[in-house]
Structure formats: C-alpha cells, structure tokens
Design a protein around this ligand. Sequence first.
Ligand SMILES: Nc1ncnc2c1ncn2[C@@H]1O[C@H](COP(=O)(O)OP(=O)(O)O)[C@@H](O)[C@H]1O
Ligand SMILES: O=C(CO)[C@H](O)[C@H](O)COP(=O)(O)O
Length: 528
Amino acid sequence: MTKSFVCAVDVGTGSARAGILDTGGTLLGRAEHPIVMNRPKADHAEHDSRDIWSAVCIAVRAAREKAGVAAQDIVGVSFDATCSLVVRGKDGGQLSVSVSGERRWDTIVWLDHRAIAEADECTESSHAVLDYIGGVMSPEMETPKLMWLKRNLPGTWNESGYLFDLADFLSWKATGSLARSQCTLTAKWTYLAHEETGWRHDFFQAVGLGDLFEHGNLPDKASPVGADIGRLSAQAAAELGLTEQCRVGAGVIDAYAGALGVLGGFAGDEINIGRHLALIAGTSSCVMAMSPDPQPFAGVWGPYYGAALPRLWLSEGGQSATGALLDHIIRWHGAGGEPDAAMHARIARRVVELRAIEGENLAGRLHVLPDFHGNRSPLADPHAVGVISGLTLDSSFDSLCKLYWRTAVSIALGVRHVLEALNENGYLIDTLHVTGGHTKNPLLMELYADATGCTVVEPLADEAVLLGTGMIAATAAGLFPDLNAACVAMQQGGKTREPNSTAAGRFERDYRVFLEMHRQRQALDEIR
Ligand SMILES: Nc1ncnc2c1ncn2[C@@H]1O[C@H](COP(=O)(O)OP(=O)(O)O)[C@@H](O)[C@H]1O
Ligand SMILES: O=C(CO)[C@H](O)[C@H](O)COP(=O)(O)O
C-alpha cells in the first residue's frame, strides 16, 4: 500500500519554507528560499507577491526532492504566512501599494506601521468589533492598511479587485478558490466567526470602507481552518512540482500554525489547554493561549473563535520586534555587523564567559525597554518606543555582548508581562511551548524559563510551524476525520526545561525596573 504525505508551506518575514511530512508528523525534507522586502520609508515595508509565490515553488520542489517522496504521494498541501496584505487588480494582476508606484510592490508587510493614524481612528470608533481585538486596533491588522490605501493611493484602490491576507492569496494562487480562512478573517479583518453573520458592515461604513466588498472579492462566510477548498490547479501543480490530485486546506497566519504545532497535542483536552502557552518567537513574538470560553480583555488580541483549533477561543498577545530587535542591536552597535547565525553564536558564547567572570548580575545596571516597534501587548500601544538606560562610553565588543544580554532579558520580561495579563484574566498558564528562530538562541531559551518562572517546552519537531501547517494539510486531504484528530496523531512532544529558582530574585528586581521604565516612558511622553 502506498503511503500518503503532505506538504506544508510557511511564509515568514524573510523567507518561504516548505516541508514534506508523513502522517505521524515527521518532517522528511525541508527547504527554504528568501523573499525580498522593499523599505521606501521608515514605517513602510512591502513585498512582491510574485516573488513570494516563486520562492514558495522553489522551496516546495526542493523539499520534495530532499524528502525523496513521489509527487503523486503528496495528497494535501496548506499554506501559512505572515498577516501581510496582498492587493491585486480586477484582472488578478499586481497593483502597487508603494509610494514609489512600482507595481511589483503589491503587498503591505504585516510589520508596516504606515497606517498608525487610521488604526487610532478605528479605535476611536468604539465599535463592538473592538471587543474581539482587545479594545485597540493595531496598524498591523488589515482594516487600517485598507483605509490608508484608499486615502493615499486612490488609483490602486479604484483598480483593486482582490484583497487578500497572504495565506489566502497563496491558496488562491494554488487553486483559484476565493475561500478565506476563518483564522485570517477573524484575527485581522474584524470578522466575528462566532456570530451567524460574521461581517459587521456598519463598522466598514463607519471607517470609510463601505465599498470594501466591491474591491475585495471577500466571501460572506469564512472557511474553517483545514477545510478542503479544492484541488491544485494544473498550473499551480506544475509550478509546485505536485499533482492536480493534491487537496488544498484553508490555511492560517504563521503564528497560528506554530500554535497548532506546539499545542495541537492538547486538542480535545479542554481542562488542561488553558495551562499552556504557545510562544512563536521569530522576527516578532506571538503569544497564544486557548480556552473553551471567551476571555476578552484589553491589551490582548481576541478572543478569536476557531482561529486555530475548532470550537476553542484564542487570545493572542505579542511583541512586535524581538528577533528583529536583537538583530538591530547587532547592526547598530559599532562593534557589531551582520546579525547572522555566526554573529549571534559568537555573542552568546562571550556572554557565557562574561557571566562566569563578572557574575550572574552581568551589566545589572543596564536596562532595556524592548518596545522599539511599539508595544503590541499588554499595553496595545503602537506609539510606544524603546529605551536603554545605563549607557557608558564603552564601545568594545564586550559592551555589545552586555547590551545584547540585557536586551534578551528585556524580551523575556516582555513575555512575563503578557503572561501576567493572561493569568489575571482567567488563564492559569505555567508552561511555555517555544518555537521559531529563538530556539536557536540558548540565552533566550534559558531566560524564557528563568525570567517567567514557567516550565519551558522546546518541541522535538524541527519546525513546529511547518508541523502545524502539515496538520492542516492532512485534515484537508481527509487523512484524519478532523483537525483535532490530525493534531493529536501528528504532534511530536517536546523536551522540558525547569526554571532556575536561584535566579528568581534577580529577575524579580529586573521586572520591577522593567515596569518602572514603562511608567517613566509614558510619563516622558506626557510632558508638553
Ligand atoms: N542561529 C541563530 N542564532 C540566534 N538567533 C537566531 C538564529 N537564527 C535566527 N535567529 C533569530 O530568530 C529571528 C528569525 O526568526 P525566524 O523564526 O527564523 O523568522 P521569521 O520571523 O521570518 O519566521 C532572527 O531575527 C534572529 O534574532
Ligand atoms: O501578526 C502576526 C501574527 O498574528 C504576524 O504575522 C507575525 O507576528 C509575523 O511573524 P514572524 O515574526 O514569525 O515573521
């Protein structure tokens, strides 16, 4: 009997990755291809969706070759991606979202903050949809970006015929289907999946987007995560190196795939799931918890119904720049350079040496507030800025290492800040499941346990985000009766790290300083 396999595609901020998995969740082959980003202005970031599709095709072909699996044995595929906004014309062609006017830049990247004023306007509307995004509209969501586009690039707006979250764009490229995922629409488009009528048209009217549905080709109903939305088209099958028999599953935003990859094993365990937090930590960090009942509160996105596991509500907190912040510190410092794997490793080794020489309280007077790209949670303040306190004239490599270490501490304290907000509002989280680029950083992995006091689980799956998307693909292909069953069968477990109790006092002090820095940063902003 032939075995069945699935293909998972993950489009992050910097690259497209693909993996071939078996029905036990083992990753048999993986490949990656970079994607380009255009930064014409400080707060503007753009992708080229043709470049993304081409990177996806290259990665899928290479992953299949590495896995040594025949194309006809791959029966399902699904896509996860960052929540970037793709704009296509009425003929499906590219339309510019760029102030440069170049057509190839047809995608506003999730981290783009050009629509910060429009986000504030949405928040001021006080509309009921805000109750399901933590009370504050983020410029990283789609509605403010669409408002910006209509106001600032009316030519593009008038010509637009398709507006997509990136994961939905990829499934459209793959099948021609206009189905949109319950994950993308609920988390980024103010769609209320728990209500009979998901869209609140009066909200779009109120913010000047009454004509959104003429331009977006948006369906009345979202498709549940893992729903079979059709077969690969002949063209897509040829480009991906797969076959037209391959089924395509309604995908998710990348962090939600990570949540399935690390928490999927708890599918159906409604008693215990609320103790576990998924920390999907890469360029940014997403912090996700699920519960059988909605837990609405200010400063944390959601609760979103069925955005990852069916019938569960999901709360999403996060930090807009974490890996990106460590990379920035390396580029910014005179003794730094390119933040590649070798540079991160060199710094981490030196931090270990410095802690052995100077003691665990290394650079204890150096404090960082990590909000260099705003505070996603729990303050929900996209206007927030970063702060460094305790600088001297030292510009040596060791001073970079100390600053890197203290920045890593602040990133972990930021997770603790979100965690405390979740636990004050109904969750009982004591375990963090970490996946993403940060798992390659031994300092962060130690800090996530020690600075939060939680047990940290590092998934055994090499790529939990690909695993989560593989679970979705397997569901769409009918290899399991539903997404819960696919998650339980394919989950890979993890290795556990307990917090070091002797470090607790040090981090208590650091956390008090961290909270005080937030207070002082806000006070400075209030001085007129
Ligand atoms: N080998 C490494 N050592 C230390 N940190 C790393 C390493 N590789 C990646 N990172 C960190 O992870 C971040 C990228 O995360 P990743 O999950 O790969 O990307 P994405 O956000 O695009 O999904 C980088 O910004 C970097 O800070
Ligand atoms: O808002 C998001 C998820 O809700 C973004 O898509 C996510 O933060 C980007 O992920 P990454 O940092 O891994 O590229």
